[in-house]
Design a protein around this ligand. Structure first.
Ligand code: ZN
Length: 103
């Protein structure tokens, strides 16, 4: 599960960097295009993803909330639980995403 969680954490960090750059470009008037999702919304979505990742980080180890509910994946599945698998889905086209991680 470490590889999967590390991948997911890195993608959120990349998003944060992209939103920071977009905010900088807006503030300095150097933005070349306008996105429907502004940097502030992007930051809030990154916070949401980080909180979900933190909450479900132990799923699949026997110590996560989804283990208690009986909805986690077996330990050999790197994804941990359906929530984490869905959380990674938007990053399916990024390098390092394994197709077996698809929910
Ligand atoms: Zn979970």
């Amino acid at each position: 599960m470490d590889r999967f969680v590390t991948f997911l954490r890195r993608q959120i960090d990349i998003d944060l960097e992209l939103h920071s750059q977009a905010r900088h470009d807006q503030e300095t008037g150097t933005a070349t295009h306008r996105c429907l999702v502004g940097p502030l919304r992007g930051f809030r979505e990154c916070e949401l993803k980080t909180r979900l990742l933190t909450q479900h980080r132990r799923c699949g180890t026997g110590e996560g909330p989804c283990d208690t509910l009986g909805t986690s994946y077996p330990p050999e599945d790197q994804r941990g639980c359906p929530t984490l698998a869905l959380l990674a889905l938007p990053y399916a086209d990024r390098p390092g995403y394994a197709q077996r991680w698809r929910p």
